[in-house]
Design a binder for this molecule. Structure first.
Ligand code: SAM
Ligand code: SF4
Ligand code: SF4
Length: 334
């Protein structure tokens, strides 16, 4: 049975934030002034167990779910992630199980995650220049360490993509060298427009570098770019081909919103379901999970949530007058 929301969109993709903690303090996501020593992260008992999250996924499979993305916070900080991957893989051998990570711990975990059934990994990397990388991530790590993780994943056969958020006046200089590094490593790279998620990243329209501007930077260096047609309507990245045949993707959620095909739901670490990245409130699932609801009962609750879904925030952004209080990206998962 396929579930549809009020605009006819199916629920195909579930993003699960498995922790609200992170080993980085990216200035646009978890700025240290808001996520410093004083910040109270979720207590262990508030966070869904792997079994609870698996139950939610199991309840959604009959409704048409085909993809799960594990994210955070930094998902590789949570213990025994390979156990969760194994539980998901046991549910369905065809399920697409992806991971989004900052890559700092990838070289340690890639093998066990792959062996447990992880399908692919997306590594976030906003700079190849060491000092800039350190200032954006507010960490002592280096791009070399991230590439070490990427190379480990590639060596064992785990497909890797790289995502880079571009912020005006911060890292446009990295678009060309990062593309070059990804071509050398044979990794698809996707550049993302900086979004107004959460309330702590001081977003404004001037801080956005549009996909169009990014492509001009690439054209100036690599020559003409050719647009490619999307494989699936729900693909968030639009692909362009460089003269040498390699492709570069752009996720243009600010200047070219794609709400019309959005089939993504999100499950936060503390067990709430969000039907949009810009939701101000979620729907509590932890309560019914801990009350002993079975798969069918969970599916029924999610069906009610999804059939009432009307979200299309990115399409409405420019018209909305009231300031919103969307949930933080590190909490809901990117
Ligand atoms: N820690 C992991 C990582 O960095 O890949 C997973 C969680 S992180 C919240 C997921 C993705 O969201 C990252 O690629 C990050 O760059 C992106 N992100 C965070 N804040 C963003 C924003 N305001 N606009 C666009 N992308 C953002
Ligand atoms: Fe952590 Fe990822 Fe947010 Fe950076 S983008 S602070 S790595 S959760
Ligand atoms: Fe989907 Fe909401 Fe993003 Fe639109 S704004 S694409 S509905 S998550």
């Amino acid at each position: 049975m396929s579930l549809q929301d009020s605009r006819g969109r199916p629920l195909r993709d579930l993003r699960i934030s498995i922790t609200d903690r992170c080993n980085f303090r990216c200035t646009y996501c978890m700025p240290r002034e808001n996520f410093g020593a004083e910040h109270e992260f979720l207590a262990k008992e508030e966070i869904l167990s792997y079994e609870e999250m698996t139950k939610v996924v199991a309840s959604l499979l009959p409704l048409g779910l085909s993809k799960v993305r594990i994210t955070g916070g930094e998902p590789l900080l949570r213990r025994d992630l390979h156990v969760f991957i194994g539980l998901l893989r046991n549910l369905d051998p065809a399920l697409d199980i992806a991971l989004t990570t900052n890559g700092a711990l990838l070289h340690r975990h890639a093998e066990s995650l792959f062996q447990s059934g992880l399908s692919r990994v997306t590594v976030s990397l906003d700079a190849v220049e060491k000092d800039l990388f350190r200032s954006i991530t507010d960490s002592k790590n280096t791009p070399e360490e991230i590439f070490k993780g990427i190379e480990t994943a590639q060596r064992i056969g785990l497909p890797v993509k790289v995502n880079c958020v571009v912020k005006n006046g911060v890292n446009e200089s990295q678009i060309v060298p990062l593309t070059q590094a990804c071509i050398e490593h044979k990794i698809p790279v996707r550049f993302i427009e900086f979004m107004d998620v959460g309330t702590t990243n001081n977003w404004n329209l001037d801080s956005v570098v549009s996909g169009k501007e990014m492509r001009q930077i690439l054209r100036n260096h690599f020559g003409p770019l050719e647009p490619l047609s999307a494989e699936h309507p729900s693909d968030v990245a639009r692909l362009w081909r460089l003269v040498d045949g390699s492709t570069v993707g752009f996720i243009e959620s600010v200047t070219k919103p794609f709400c019309g095909d959005c089939s993504r739901a999100r499950l936060s670490a503390h067990g709430s379901m969000y039907t949009c990245l810009f939701s101000e409130q979620g729907f509590d699932l932890k309560g019914i999970l801990r009350f002993g609801a079975d798969r069918k009962e969970i599916a029924q609750v999610i069906q009610d949530i999804w059939t009432h879904r009307e979200d299309r925030y990115s399409e409405q952004r420019a018209q909305l007058k009231e300031k919103r209080q969307p949930v933080e990206m590190s909490f809901i998962g990117g």
